[in-house]
Design a binder for this molecule. Structure first.
Ligand code: SF4
Length: 56
């Protein structure tokens, strides 16, 4: 898929030192980007919660 124009849901940390290197290789994918910017933000927040160990 192509990035949605103006989405930027995953770009909040571009250029910041805490941005994980793996993010540079990220390609738009419906599983992460969802069908809208709002859905992308929701999916990424859920992934952040999982990554933080909140559910362990
Ligand atoms: S969330 Fe997906 S569509 Fe939105 S800017 Fe990032 S890669 Fe592009």
């Amino acid at each position: 898929m192509e990035c949605r124009p103006g989405c930027a849901a995953c770009c909040k940390i571009f250029g910041r030192p805490e941005r994980p290197r793996i993010c540079g290789a990220f390609q738009p994918d419906p599983l992460i980007c969802g069908q809208s910017r709002a859905e992308a933000v929701k999916i990424m927040a859920e992934l952040e919660d999982i990554d933080s160990g909140k559910f362990l």
